[in-house]
Ligand binder design. Structure first.
Ligand code: CP
Ligand code: NVA
Length: 341
């Protein structure tokens, strides 16, 4: 067995009856998480604080979600998101039910609203991985139990929350840091922009022409950034984007559902590969990040992915801790945890 490493958790102030977390819990109980924009800056901060706390003291949350039922309905493949949610709820006393929708898209056999009105009778939370973001919005509009976006073509909020939790672990604080994303301006990129903006990080996005992030998300992120004293910058020059970066992030060039564009995209994205030469433009202390799965040799080289600056498996680990925090907030689980009573 290879030696297993894990990031040390941040040594933060005790969270005993932490007012930031309790305020977020009061507001978010019963709510959905379709987009990072559903959370205020204070709520993003509180959720990450709870993620660090749950990671540090998992035993104190063993019964926080006793008997709660979570359904995962996934139209696309998943390793991290599925297992992080399943292990997360199982270690807090709840139960996960996985429904494979890969060959039966939601809304095809039965109207999405009718699916919602059935499922809410049996479960306490619905976790959805879809193609169309509207599927998530429609399920949320018709469900009386919380709906969580576990990746749509438009956003991946759980990923971005875990990523910024990981950056907080690494750097202590992300306020004022330079965060650079290089690659396709789609789901992961959108959620990273919004999360960075809510946390006061300067976010630079380098995409090929025609693959820039959605203008509505950019506008929203810039409004948040202005309120939080940071900037969102867009460019088509990966070299310029890498300069002075504290974190370099990339994602696959061909997202799920776009496989038919692989041949067309390969040459367009080649100059955006994160390799050792691009990492050298960043700060010497910069970290490399990737949501995974990675296409080795395409958007990132082995040397970078496996190199000393890579924190990709810490990101993967933190999916579970931050998603536990999210479930606690949406399902009112802190009421069962002694230190919050
Ligand atoms: N990063 C991520 O969401 O991984 P999965 O697709 O394996 O869930
Ligand atoms: N952008 C990728 C993220 C996978 C976690 C996709 O949508 O396939």
């Amino acid at each position: 067995m290879a030696g297993r490493t894990t990031m040390e958790t941040r040594d933060t102030v005790p969270v005993q009856k932490d007012q930031d977390i309790l305020s977020a819990a009061a507001r978010l109980s019963g709510e959905d998480l379709c987009s990072i924009a559903d959370l205020s800056s204070a709520e993003v901060r509180a959720l990450l604080k709870l993620g660090h706390e749950v990671k540090r003291n998992p035993r104190e949350y063993r019964h926080a979600l006793d008997a709660k039922q979570m359904v995962l309905m996934f139209e696309k493949a998943s390793l991290r998101t599925r297992l992080a949610f399943e292990t997360g709820i199982n270690t807090m006393g709840g139960n996960a039910i996985f429904v494979d929708q890969t060959s039966s898209p939601l809304g095809e056999r039965e109207a999405i609203a009718d699916v919602a009105r059935n499922v809410e009778r049996w479960v306490d939370v619905i976790v959805l991985r879809t193609y169309a973001h509207d599927t998530i919005v429609e399920m949320a509009a018709n469900s009386r139990v919380p709906v969580i976006n576990a990746l749509s073509d438009f956003e991946h909020p759980c990923q971005a929350l875990a990523d910024f939790m990981t950056l907080e672990e690494h750097f202590g604080s992300v306020t004022g840091m330079n965060f650079t994303y290089v690659g396709d301006g789609n789901n992961v990129c959108h959620s990273l922009m919004l999360t960075g903006a809510q946390l006061g990080a300067n976010v630079t996005i380098a995409t090929p022409r025609g693959y820039s992030p959605d203008i509505e998300i950019v506008t929203k992120a810039r409004e948040m950034a202005e309120a939080n004293g940071c900037e969102i910058r867009l460019t088509q020059d990966p070299q310029a984007a890498a300069e002075n970066a504290d974190a370099m992030y990339t994602d696959v060039c061909v997202s799920m559902g776009f496989e038919h564009e692989s041949t067309k995209r390969a040459p367009i994205f080649r100059p955006f590969q994160v390799n050792e030469a691009l990492m050298q433009k960043a700060q010497p202390s910069a970290v490399f990040m990737h949501c995974l799965p990675a296409r080795r040799g395409a958007e990132v080289t082995d040397a970078v992915l496996d190199g000393p600056q890579s924190i990709v498996f810490d990101q993967a680990e933190n999916r579970m801790h931050v998603q536990k925090g999210l479930l606690l907030l949406l399902l009112g689980g802190l009421a069962n945890v002694e230190k919050f009573q």
